[in-house]
Design a protein around this ligand. Structure first.
Ligand code: G6P
Length: 608
C-alpha cells in the first residue's frame, strides 16, 4: 500500500527519493509523486502508473534541491490519477504533504474549508492536511503541523515540507508507521525501512501521536502536545543486499530459495537439543502466565492466517491448550469472551496489517494477553504486544508471501514445543522434535532441488483456468495456501478445500479440465487422502500429488508427483508448501504475469 520516503541533507534529493520509491514498489501502488525543494522553490511531479513513468517526466540530474518528499499511492479516496497522487499542496503551493492512512472526518473538514473559500484540487482526504497546515502556518512548521493534525480524525503517517522553511521536514504519526533514518549529515524519513536501508541502518521509530522536526544535522522528537522526547537509535539488522534481487528474476523466487536459511534463522540460538526444549527469549516477560495458558487464539490475515491454521493442529498435537484460529478481520468484530489467562497471538510479517492491529487492540480491551510473531522489528504489532518472537527472515519483498510462511510455521512449532514440554511432552519427544527441526533446512533444500521437475509440471498445466487443492489435517491449510499462491500471482482461479469435504460440493467440478493438487505426504491421513485421489481419478481429474519420497503406491496412481523428504507429521507442512509456491511461481511466469507486483494486491494492507 502507500509508501513514503523523505530526505533532508547535502546531496541532491531526487535520485535518493527515486531509489527509495523503487524500494517501496513492492508494497503495491497505482500512482506516484515527488516534490523537491531548492531554496524557496518546490518542484512537484506526479503521475498515475509506475515509477518508471514518473522518471520519464523529468531529468533527475537537472533537478536541484537537497530536501524532498516522495510517495507511492494505493488509491482509497479518489481514483489513481495524476491529480490525486501525492504530494498534495495548499492553494498557494506553499505546503507539500505525503500521507499514508485515512482521514475519517475529511468530508466535514472539507465542507468547512470550502465555506471559507478554499478550493480543492483533488478528490483525496490527504489534501485537507495541506490546507490545514497552510492555515495554521505562522513561521513554525512543527507548530502548524501540530495544530493541523489535532483537527483530524483517523490514521496518518505524514511527511511535510514548506516553501518558506527550506532544509526542514516535519513528520508525524498516528496509526500509520513513519521512521527516521539517521545518515551522515543527512536524515531520511520513510514508512518502511526497506526504502532507506541502502543508505542507513540507524533508525528511530515514531510512536503514535508523535512528531519530529528533521534537518540535515538533527531531529527533534516530541509529542503532539510539544513535550520533548528522547529516544535511542536502533540498528536495523537488514542490509542493502537483502533488498536486492541478487541474480534472481523475481523477489518471489529469491525468497522461495531463501527458505533453508530463513527456517534456520527462525531457530538460530533457540534450540536446546539436550533438554528437548526451545529457548524463546522474547516471551520471557510473560512466561509465568503463558506456561499456565489453556486457551489461545491465533489471528492473522492472508498467508499469516493460514500459518495460524497449521499452528492450531501443531498446538493440539503438542500441548494441552485449546487453540482457536481467526481471521483478524472477523475477530475484531466478534463478540468474544475470553476465559482467564487467554493469549491472543498475532501473526504478521509486516507487523502493520490494519485488521491484525485492530484485532489485538480489541483483544487487549477484553483482557487477553498478547503475543506477536512478527518479521519487521519495531513494527506496530511488535510494539503493541506484551511479548513475542521475531522471524529474523530479512525483508520479504515479493507480494506473495513465501519465506515468511515457513518461518512462521517454524516459530509456531517452537512455541508449541516449548509449552508442550512444560505441559505434557516427554524429554524423548522433545529431543526427537528438536532433531527433526534441525534437519528442516536440509530437507527444504532437497525440495528446492526439484525445481526443474516442478517447472515441467507447470508447463503442462498452466493453461488450465480452474484448479483445486486438497489436503487433510495439517495439510488442509496448505491446500488453502497453495490455492492462494496460485490465484494471487497467476490469476488462475484456484480453491483450497479440506479433502474430506470434496464430496460436499467440489466433486461436481472435477473433470479432465481441472487439475487437482493433492497434499499427500505419508502422515496419519494418508489412507483417507488416497481415497480422495481415487475419487478424482475416476472422474478423469488430472492429479498432481505432493508425496513422501519413495511412495511408489501413489506414484503409480497419479498423473504427476513431487516428492518431499520424510519428516515428523507436524513438520510436513513446512516442506509440502514449497512445491505449491514453485508451481504458482512457474505458472505465473509462463502466463507472463507481473509476479512481484500482482494486480490490485498490496504487500502490507494498512487500511481496513
Ligand atoms: C497481504 C499480503 C499477504 C500477507 C497478508 C498479511 O494480503 O499480500 O502476502 O499474507 O497481507 O500480511 P502480514 O504482513 O500481516 O503478514
Amino acid at each position: 500500500m502507500c509508501g513514503i520516503i523523505g530526505y533532508v541533507g547535502c546531496e541532491d534529493a531526487c535520485p535518493i527519493l527515486i531509489q527509495g520509491l523503487k524500494r517501496l514498489e513492492y508494497r503495491g501502488y497505482d500512482s506516484a509523486g515527488i516534490a523537491i525543494q531548492y531554496g524557496s522553490q518546490i518542484q512537484r511531479y506526479r503521475c498515475a502508473g509506475r515509477i518508471s513513468q514518473l522518471e520519464k517526466m523529468f531529468d533527475p540530474l537537472t533537478i536541484k534541491g537537497t530536501t524532498g518528499i516522495a510517495h507511492t499511492r494505493w488509491a482509497t479516496h479518489g481514483e489513481p490519477t495524476e491529480k490525486n497522487a501525492h504530494p498534495h499542496t495548499d492553494m498557494k503551493g506553499d505546503v507539500y504533504v505525503v500521507h499514508n492512512g485515512i482521514i475519517e472526518n475529511f468530508h466535514i473538514l472539507k465542507r468547512k474549508l470550502e465555506k471559507k473559500g478554499i478550493e480543492f484540487s483533488s478528490d483525496t482526504d490527504t489534501e485537507i492536511i495541506a490546507h490545514l497546515i497552510a492555515i495554521h502556518f505562522e513561521g513554525d512548521l512543527s507548530e502548524a503541523v501540530r495544530r493541523a493534525i489535532s483537527m483530524v480524525e483517523g490514521t496518518f503517517g505524514i511527511a511535510v515540507i514548506h516553501r518558506l522553511v527550506p532544509d526542514q521536514m516535519v513528520i508525524a504519526r498516528r496509526g500509520s508507521p513513519i521512521i527516521i533514518g539517521v545518515g551522515d549529515k543527512c536524515h531520511y524519513a520513510a514508512s518502511d525501512v526497506a526504502a532507506m536501508v541502502r543508505y542507513t541502518n540507524k533508525v528511530v521509530h515514531l510512536n503514535d501521536n508523535e512528531l519530529a522536526l528533521i534537518t540535515k544535522d538533527e531531529f527533534t522528537l516530541s509529542t503532539l502536545h510539544a513535550k520533548p522526547i528522547h529516544r535511542e537509535l536502533e540498528t536495523v539488522e537488514w542490509n542493502a543486499e537483502d533488498a536486492e534481487l541478487n541474480g534472481f528474476p523475481h523477489y518471489m523466487l529469491k525468497e522461495i530459495y531463501e527458505q533453508p536459511d530463513t527456517i534456520k534463522n527462525a531457530t538460530r540460538g533457540r534450540l536446546e537439543p539436550s533438554e528437548g526444549v526451545p529457548k524463546l527469549g522474547g516471551i520471557e516477560p510473560v512466561w509465568k502466565e503463558l506456561k499456565e495458558c489453556r486457551h489461545m487464539v491465533l489471528v492473522g490475515c492472508g498467508t499469516s492466517y493460514y500459518a495460524g491454521c497449521v499452528g492450531r493442529y501443531v498446538f493440539e498435537r503438542l500441548t494441552e491448550i485449546d487453540v482457536e484460529v481467526e481471521l483478524a478481520s472477523e475477530f475484531r468484530y466478534r463478540k468474544l469472551n475470553f476465559p482467564p489467562n487467554t493469549f491472543v497471538v498475532a501473526i504478521s510479517q509486516s507487523g502493520e496489517t490494519a485488521d491484525t492491529l485492530a484485532a489485538i487492540r480489541e483483544a487487549r480491551r477484553k483482557g487477553a494477553k498478547l503475543l506477536g510473531i512478527v518479521n519487521v522489528v519495531g513494527s506496530s504489532i511488535a510494539r503493541e504486544t506484551d511479548a513475542g518472537v521475531y522471524n529474523h527472515a530479512g525483508p520479504e519483498i515479493g507480494v506473495a508471501s513465501t519465506k515468511i510462511f515457513t518461518s512462521q510455521l517454524t516459530i509456531l512449532t517452537l512455541l508449541a514445543l516449548l509449552l508442550g514440554r512444560h505441559q505434557k511432552l516427554s524429554l524423548t519427544e522433545g529431543i526427537e522434535a528438536i532433531k527433526a527441526i534441525r534437519e528442516l533446512p536440509d530437507l527444504a533444500r532437497k525440495v528446492l532441488a526439484q525445481d526443474n521437475h516442478i517447472q515441467s509440471i507447470a508447463e503442462k498445466y498452466y493453461k488450465y483456468s480452474n484448479w483445486l487443492f486438497l489436503g487433510r489435517g495439517y495439510q488442509y491449510p496448505i491446500a488453502m495456501e497453495g490455492a492462494l499462491k496460485l490465484k494471487e500471482i497467476s490469476y488462475i482461479h484456484a480453491e483450497g478445500y479440506a479433502a474430506g469435504e470434496m464430496k460436499h460440493g467440489p466433486i461436481a467440478l472435477i473433470s479432465s479440465e481441472m487439475p487437482v493438487v493433492v497434499l499427500a505426504p505419508g502422515d496419519s491421513m494418508y489412507d483417507k487422502v488416497m481415497n480422495n485421489i481415487q475419487e478424482v481419478k475416476s472422474r478423469k481429474g488430472p492429479v498432481i500429488a505432493i508425496i513422501t519420497e519413495g511412495d511408489n503406491r501413489l506414484k503409480d496412481m497419479v498423473d504427476e508427483y513431487i516428492e518431499v523428504p520424510r519428516t515428523l507429521e507436524y513438520l510436513y507442512p513446512i516442506l509440502t508448501v514449497i512445491p505449491c509456491q514453485l508451481l504458482a511461481y512457474h505458472c505465473a511466469r509462463l502466463l507472463k504475469r507481473d509476479i512481484d507486483k500482482p494486480r490490485n494486491l498490496a504487500k502490507s494492507v494498512t487500511v481496513e
